[in-house]
Design a binder for this molecule. Structure first.
Ligand SMILES: [Zn+2]
Length: 109
């Protein structure tokens, strides 16, 4: 009985190992297709650098399994641009609200 349990366990772990290897191979393939430079400024990504590994951003497009790499500087710039767009949208909405609230004031300008 003991040996049967062991056999079953081994079978299960073999299956797991097979799945794991498959997953790993897929990941390796993805890493292989990963660009090694910043998509925006072409700064090279240093795979050996811990700092790069921690700070660089990888954006994976699931549809194409394409990975885009951004250095922290370009990522920050992109984030700021998004924020600016959001802020300006916000601002416009606020202005529209003001005009709606007090139409007399906008007439006097
Ligand atoms: Zn960059």
């Amino acid at each position: 009985m003991g040996s049967l349990a062991r056999k079953m366990r081994r079978k299960r772990s073999q299956k797991f190992a097979k799945q794991f290897t498959k997953q790993l191979k897929k990941q390796m393939k993805m890493m292989g297709s990963m660009s090694s430079e910043c998509l925006a400024c072409k700064r090279p990504f240093d795979k050996e650098s811990k700092e790069h590994a921690e700070n660089w951003k990888v954006v994976v497009r699931k549809k194409t399994e394409q990975t885009n790499l951004y250095c922290p500087k370009c990522w920050d710039t992109a984030m700021e641009m998004i924020k600016e767009v959001e802020d300006s949208n916000d601002h416009r909405i606020r202005e529209e609200e003001q005009v709606g609230e007090d139409p007399d004031e906008s007439k006097s300008i």
